[in-house]
Structures are given as structure tokens and as C-alpha cells.
Ligand binder design. Structure first.
Ligand code: NAP
Ligand code: ZN
Length: 369
């Protein structure tokens, strides 16, 4: 990957889809990938369909994506996109539909046959270029619209696993706060915390560079402005657009740095306990920051300043306030999970050293076991 490469053309502001409908001319037939309700509830699906109709482009709506999509379901989507003779894909929704669209774009052009196995999607060596894609995010959190990653649930391995390929960067993304204006508050909070994790894990990452740091600092300042809104649960459309901007910047950061142990430890919480992705990361974030502070104290100080916290311990009380809940997890479970998660690639990008015992210890502290 280049020093700073995010090849996504980002359109942002009120009515971006309506005002730029000509940008949807990416083929004769669009395959729209969305969740069971998010496309409709957000109003984004209607706007996209209007834009396509105005441009004379036909479309098929595939609104079957589940949260944390599985490899089997995205493969089904790929078959359907091929049957529909789609020339391009439009992902609408939170990270689940946006990630699903990336995988569907690969399978649509690369059917499973003697030469390509279902799990070869993780090898980034596709014979045929995936279908081009447009993203319309309806949550401000994952930044999937500007990352080369797609995170899939693998029941075979009882975990979530990401694949990375420059070929699945979205070509275009449309950010308009009206699409996440009426999001349920717990989703807004979980996704906000996910974006904070991307920024903080990216900023303190071993792979951080002066360029990624500049982007992370801008993202932290933007997200910091909305800390109190998250507590109160009130937002205006422009504020939601800015949150989408911050989350998109966070995507640009992790597109280069990747994440750290927070994300790898979060996956079993989602897989085994159905804890949403952002919340899972949020449970681990404070302890991560404490440990990162020992080796990257200056950066953690800056994070606190950009986000508007006076002290590190304020982060703990803030996260407790916006992520209320009560998980039932045992020490045996975290010991079992750690055997796998400690081997994840992103553990190596962690700014502090951590081994099996260290990770189990982190789990125990974060989950109060
Ligand atoms: P999500 O799983 O996409 O959505 C969570 C819930 O919110 C769903 O029930 C969804 O409804 C609903 N929803 C979404 N937008 C809505 C709206 N505007 N109004 C009302 N309801 C709405 O959540 P997410 O946190 O955005 O995405 C999490 C996924 O992204 C995970 O699989 C995670 O691993 C992945 N992720 C990817 C990256 C990356 O770089 N690619 C980075 C971080 C996380 P529907 O079910 O109807 O859609
Ligand atoms: Zn994340």
C-alpha cells in the first residue's frame, strides 16, 4: 500500500445523492446491498433508487444482510448479483451491509469452482476484478466506506475474520447526516465508540506515520465535538454529517495502520456473546489506553486533549455512561478465546507488548471478572 492511499471519491453534505445523481452512472444495472431495515429506515434506499431511476439505470434490491454477515450469506449474495447481471454494487447501511457488499463484489466475479474456493476470498488473489462499488453509510462508526477491509463471520472457525484487498475499496461514498439522524441511540453510541477506537488504535499503532497521525488528529477533534451529544442523545442533521466525516477519516487511518488488540479481543465478544462490534471494543478501550499510555504517553495526552477529557480516568466513566450493560462472561471463556485471539495479526501492531497472560489479564480487568 502507498504511504497514503484511499482511492474513494467522497461526496458529503445535504442531499449529496440527489445533487450528484450522475455519479451513479457506473453501469446499466445496479445491485443494491442493504440490511433488512436500515436502507428503508434511513431513507437512503429511497434516495438511491430515485437517483438511479433519474439516470435510467435499472436495479435489484438485495435487502437480506444480517448483522456481522457470514461468509455463506455473502456468497449467496454473489450468486444473486451474477444472476442479475449487475455491473456495479451499491452498499447501503452500517458496517455489516457495507462489508457484505465488498465480499459480494468479489464472489460476483469469482464463482467458487475448481480454481477458487469459498475461503480463497482471504487470499487477495482474485482472477477477476471485483465489481465496482458505491457506499452510502447509515451509521457513523466503521468507516468501511474508506477501508480495504471486509469483516466476515466464520462459523467454521467460530470467529470473525477480515480480508483486505485494495480491489474492494469503494469507488465513491455519499455522506449525508439525514441517513443517520434517526438511528436508535444505542446504535449511535456503539458506532461512535467504534470510530473512537479506530482513531485511537490507529494513532497509537506501531504502523502509524506522520501522515496517518494528521488524519487521526483531525478525526479525533471532529469526534470530540460530539461527546456530549452522545450522552444526551440529541443531534442535528449537520452534526450527523460531521460524525460521518469523522468516522470516514477514522476509516482512512485504519486503512493504513490496521487496528490493534482491542479489535482482536472484541471479535469473540461479538461471536460468542452477541455484543455489538462498537460496544465490544468500547469495553476494552480504557484498559488499552492505560497500557498504551505507558509507552506512548504523549500521544495519549493528545487524544485526551482532542476529545476534551481532562484525565485518562474520565474516559472510563464516559464509556461506562454511554455503554451501559451487564455481560455474563466467565474466566474459562476468556482463557479459551485468548488462545486464538493472541495470534491475531493486529496484536503485533499494539504499541505495548502483550502475551497470553497479559491478554487474559486485560480481559479480566475490562470485564470485571
Ligand atoms: P451494523 O451491524 O451494520 O448495524 C447495526 C444495527 O443498526 C442493525 O440492526 C441495522 O439495521 C441498524 N441500523 C443501521 N443504520 C441504521 C439507521 N440509519 N437507522 C436505523 N437503524 C439502523 O452496525 P455497524 O456497527 O455499523 O457495523 C458493524 C460491522 O462492521 C461489524 O461486522 C464489524 O466487524 C464491521 N466493521 C468493519 C470495518 C471495516 O473496516 N470494514 C471496521 C469496523 C467494523 P439492519 O439490520 O436493517 O441493517
Ligand atoms: Zn471497528
Amino acid at each position: 500500500m502507498e504511504n497514503l492511499l484511499v482511492p474513494t471519491k467522497v461526496f458529503m453534505g445535504n442531499d449529496v445523492i440527489h445533487n450528484n445523481s450522475a455519479e451513479f452512472k457506473m453501469g446499466k444495472k445496479a445491485f443494491i446491498v442493504t440490511g433488512k431495515s436500515s436502507g428503508e429506515k434511513s431513507g437512503a434506499l429511497r434516495d438511491v433508487c430515485d437517483a438511479l431511476s433519474r439516470q435510467g439505470i435499472s436495479y435489484f434490491i438485495y435487502d437480506k444482510v444480517n448483522n456481522n454477515p457470514s461468509i455463506e450469506e455473502v456468497y449467496e449474495g454473489g450468486i444473486k448479483a451474477r444472476e442479475e447481471n449487475a455491473d456495479f454494487l451499491i452498499g447501503i447501511g452500517g458496517g455489516s451491509p457495507l462489508d457484505a457488499a465488498k465480499a459480494i463484489s468479489v464472489y460476483a466475479k469469482n464463482p467458487v469452482d475448481g480454481n477458487f474456493e469459498l475461503y480463497d476470498i482471504f487470499k487477495d488473489n482474485y482472477k477477476n476484478e471485483p465489481l465496482p462499488m458505491i457506499a452510502v453509510p447509515t451509521t457513523a462508526g466503521t468507516g468501511s466506506e474508506t477501508t480495504p477491509y471486509s469483516i466476515l463471520t466464520l462459523h467454521r472457525e467460530k470467529t470473525k475474520k477480515s480480508f483486505a484487498s485494495e480491489s474492494v475499496f469503494y469507488k465513491k461514498a455519499f455522506l449525508d447526516g439525514k441517513y443517520n439522524l434517526n438511528i436508535p441511540l444505542f446504535v449511535a453510541r456503539n458506532t461512535y465508540v467504534d470510530a473512537l477506537c479506530h482513531l485511537i488504535e490507529g494513532y497509537t499503532n506501531k504502523k502509524a506515520t506522520p501522515d496517518t497521525d494528521k488524519v487521526a488528529e483531525e478525526g479525533l477533534k471532529v469526534m470530540g465535538k460530539y461527546k456530549d451529544n452522545m450522552l444526551k442523545g440529541s443531534f442535528l442533521r449537520d452534526e450527523c454529517t460531521e460524525l460521518l466525516y469523522g468516522s470516514m477519516l477514522a476509516g482512512c487511518v485504519i486503512a493504513h495502520t490496521g487496528t490493534t488488540i482491542v479489535h482482536s479481543m472484541g471479535y469473540p465478544l461479538t461471536y460468542y456473546k452477541e455484543i455489538p462490534h462498537g460496544r465490544a471494543n468500547g469495553l476494552l478501550l480504557y484498559e488499552y489506553m492505560k497500557r498504551a499510555c505507558a509507552v506512548k504517553g504523549e500521544k495519549i495526552d493528545k487524544v485526551l486533549r482532542f476529545l476534551g477529557f481532562s484525565e485518562l480516568s474520565d474516559v472510563a466513566s464516559y464509556l461506562k455512561a454511554i455503554l451501559p450493560g451487564d455481560e455474563k462472561i466467565s474466566i474459562d471463556e476468556v482463557e479459551e478465546w485468548t488462545k486464538t485471539t493472541i495470534q491475531a495479526k493486529n496484536v503485533l501492531s499494539c504499541p505495548f507488548d502483550v502475551d497470553y497472560d497479559g491478554e487474559v489479564d486485560m480481559f479480566k480487568i475490562c470485564l470485571e471478572l
